[in-house]
Write a protein that binds this ligand. Structure first.
Ligand SMILES: Cc1cc2nc3c(=O)[nH]c(=O)nc-3n(C[C@H](O)[C@H](O)[C@H](O)COP(=O)(O)O)c2cc1C
Length: 328
């Protein structure tokens, strides 16, 4: 049978299908099921600075009433954060004991000092790699594009300075010069980039005229955006790429491997089809490889990346050709 091994997170993975960071990967029982289903790696639910901060603020305001010395409060800031990190580091230790598949911690912060503190603590807890869930909604009219971009480079630099495990990043597509930005990030010493994170999106209910949350789970056609950018960039970046967003089937996963991704990260399909969805995807990828005569992923990875004759197909963005056809 075809060998599904690949490399991402600076690690050897048995399968290119990774369980993406989501609420399911914050639960030990689900982690065991995902490992059993053959996930190449499991990215734990993100550790969010804001979540810890909410608890911290409550505790600090109680302390402030008793102890007004700012140095003492700084000390408490550290101690309380450390306390709150324990749930997450506990999950890492339990997961590492329970399963053999690589466990990746995901961290999302705002302040530079917390990226450093959290990353160090997660490394100490024994995680195999770190994924930085980096996102800055570029909605602030006062902030320049350069300043926004600097946030990404500064964060990566700070984290790489303090940990020795592989570090990857997961980013959105909200950049004015996306290709150049991804290329520059790939040269910072990170072990991989995942394209693109999915976020909470606002929607509008016109009957009740109020703001609502858009669908949390992706749709099967959402893969086209990351597919274009994977195809354009996979042969030009200095680190491997993984894709995430709308990968609901083995067929879509294979498209990404052909476009040059080293792996795919899936979440919505796990909510729709259960953890077993990964076993099904692995099986179908292997069957397709056998039918095509491919022994290993490298035999076809990047076959349809942008190089040579595919440039025009990846970069064409207008429907010009179709306007002249009768049916459209
Ligand atoms: C319920 C849910 C929770 C998620 N939580 C996180 C998270 O904590 N951190 C993160 O980086 N991504 C999170 N994501 C994004 C996923 O990791 C994934 O990148 C995204 O959903 C696109 O993949 P999909 O189309 O297979 O869902 C979450 C997604 C879902 C559906």
């Amino acid at each position: 049978m075809a060998n599904l091994a690949t490399q991402f997170f600076g690690l050897e993975l048995k399968s290119p299908v990774i369980a993406a960071s989501c609420s399911m990967t914050g639960d030990l029982e689900q982690i065991k099921k995902l490992a059993k289903a053959g996930a190449g790696a499991i990215v734990l639910k993100s550790l969010y600075e804001e979540e810890i901060d909410t608890q911290l603020q409550e505790e600090l305001s109680q302390r402030k009433a008793l102890e007004p010395d700012p140095e003492y409060l700084d000390y408490f800031d550290y101690i309380i954060k450390d306390e709150n990190l324990k749930d997450y580091t506990g999950l890492i230790r339990q997961a590492k004991q329970a399963v053999e598949v690589p466990i990746v911690a995901s961290v999302s912060c705002i302040s530079q000092s917390d990226w450093v503190l959290f990353s160090k603590k997660l490394e100490e807890a024994g995680v195999d790699a770190l994924e930085l869930n980096l996102f800055l909604l570029p909605a602030n009219l006062e902030k320049s594009g350069e300043a926004n971009e600097q946030f990404y480079f500064n964060t990566v630099k700070k984290v790489l300075e303090v940990v020795s495990i592989p570090v990857t990043i997961k980013i959105s597509h909200y950049f004015s010069n996306l290709a150049a930005m991804i290329k520059a990030l790939s040269e910072t010493g990170i072990a991989g980039i995942s394209l693109f994170n999915r976020f909470y999106s606002p929607d509008i209910d016109i009957q009740n005229e109020k703001m609502i949350s858009a669908d949390v789970l992706s749709h099967a056609s959402d893969y086209l955006l990351p597919l274009r950018w994977t195809g354009i960039l996979s042969s030009q970046t200095s680190c491997p790429l993984a894709a995430t967003g709308g990968i609901h089937s083995a067929e879509t996963a294979i498209k990404f491997l052909l476009a040059g991704a080293s792996a795919v990260q899936v979440a919505s399909v796990l909510y729709n089809g259960g953890t077993e969805a990964i076993a099904g995807m692995n099986q179908e990828i292997a069957t397709w490889m056998d039918a095509k005569g491919y022994d290993k992923i490298d035999d076809f990875k990047g076959k349809l990346a942008i190089r040579d004759k595919h440039v025009a197909l990846y970069e064409r963005a207008q429907f010009m050709k179709y306007f002249t056809q009768k049916d459209f």
